[in-house]
Design a protein around this ligand. Structure first.
Ligand code: PLP
Length: 399
């Protein structure tokens, strides 16, 4: 036996999103005027009524351990939200409240996966899913989605990816990084496959409040009892309420899954922060006008980004329906050069843009799509305009 980190730990990849945003932060700290499109968090402050509820929780001495899977009032509020917003009937015993959406997802994978079981993940994907699956002992099975199908998996692709060892499928709508939204019809077809193959569906609906079209986001679990029984619906406070730092996420699932997740959580972390739970309660039951205002602003930025990118040479994007990311195809720059340096791949593209034009974007190799970059528009209009000008100048300088 010798010292050293476990095989499990050795294989976890550091986040490339953080690597580029860290580099941009360092440049900023040294006085360089960098525009960063990296961060995946709303740039708005947490609404005042939510902050006030947290202050009150402290003043009231609500600062001790709570029930490990969360307080009953918050579970009831989550059930109400599931019913009114998603058309889903869950009872409080089916709800587990965790330390952020990431923790909810980690709990899910730990709870349902046996060693070696496969989880189907459509690419492009949010970069944490594969690492979470591997940490839980599972094997990610990637399915590359076509640009022609708006980067969405088809029911046929899902069926073909399943085998006797498949345990679950990860659905993310509205999607990070693509901003795409699955329609009811697409979800009905996907649900049929999930039922036929008898696998779990992990439905990550973290961006459900941020939709900019007339389409209403559909929760796959609302499409009938058979799919409801097999779905674990996951959401959280971070993106909808600008509460990224508060760390509250939650799941609705079959009672046996919820019970097992609650037990695991009781040993690994205990309850999510008591004060943040009171804040989340206020977010759900209090006035929703700040959510509406944030959505409006994101929608304006979405329109602007799309119109700017559409007018640029060598790049294109499909207009997002939700979330706050522009997913841009830069593959037509790969045979071009800047000042004699050839753009071989998306990392060189992002590096040149950061080093030469002080603009940080996320190369999407770790999102399973190495021909694309992701730009978060969770930054001010002023920054977006400046950043777009820089990207355009870079593209115009390519030979
Ligand atoms: N799911 C998706 C698709 C995300 O983009 C994120 C955060 O970036 C999360 C889940 C986790 O959110 P949090 O842990 O901040 O609640």
């Amino acid at each position: 036996m010798s010292l050293g980190v476990s095989e499990r730990a050795k294989h976890v990849k550091p986040s490339s999103t953080l690597a580029i945003t860290d580099k941009a932060k360092q440049m900023k700290a040294s006085g360089i005027d960098v525009v960063s499109f990296g961060a995946g968090e709303p740039d708005f402050p947490t609404p005042q009524n939510i902050c006030d509820a947290a202050k009150k929780a402290i003043d009231d001495g609500f600062t001790k351990y709570t029930a490990a899977s969360g307080i009953i009032e918050l579970k009831e509020a989550i059930c109400m939200k599931f019913k009114e917003f998603n058309g889903l009937e869950y009872e409080p015993r089916q709800i587990v409240i965790s330390n952020g959406g990431k923790h909810s997802l980690t709990n899910i994978f730990t709870t349902i996966i046996n060693p070696g079981e496969e989880v189907v993940i459509p690419a492009p994907y949010w970069l944490s899913y594969p690492e979470m699956v591997r940490l839980a002992g599972g094997v990610p099975k990637f399915v590359v989605c076509s640009k022609e199908n708006n980067y969405k998996i088809t029911a046929q692709q899902l069926a073909e990816a399943c085998n006797h060892n498949t345990k679950a499928f990860v659905l993310n709508t509205p999607n990070n990084p693509t901003g795409m939204l699955y329609t009811k019809k697409e979800l009905e077809e996907i649900a049929k496959v999930i039922i036929e193959k008898d696998i779990y569906c992990i439905s990550d609906e973290m961006y459900e409040n941020l939709v900019y079209t007339d389409e209403k986001p559909v929760s796959i679990a609302s499409l009938g009892k058979d799919i409801y029984d097999r779905t674990i619906t996951c959401s959280g406070m971070a993106k909808s309420y600008s509460m990224t730092g508060w760390r509250i996420g939650y799941t609705g699932s079959a009672p046996d899954v919820a019970k097992a997740m609650g037990s695991i959580q009781s040993h690994q972390t205990s309850n999510p922060n008591s004060i943040a739970q009171k804040a989340a309660l206020e977010a759900l039951v209090g006035p929703q006008d700040t959510v509406v205002a944030m959505r409006k602003e994101f929608s304006k930025r979405n329109d602007y980004m799309y119109s700017r990118v559409s007018a640029m040479p060598y790049v294109d994007m499909i207009k997002p329906s939700g979330a706050f990311y522009a997913f841009i195809d830069v593959s037509r720059t790969f045979d071009k050069s800047f000042n004699g340096k050839k753009i071989n791949d998306v990392f060189v593209f992002a590096d040149l843009l950061l080093n030469e034009f002080n603009c940080a974007v996320v190369p999407c190799s770790d999102f399973g799509f190495p021909t694309h970059i992701r730009l978060s528009y969770a930054t001010s209009m002023e920054n977006i305009t400046k950043g777009m000008d820089r990207i355009e100048a870079f593209l115009n300088a390519l030979k």
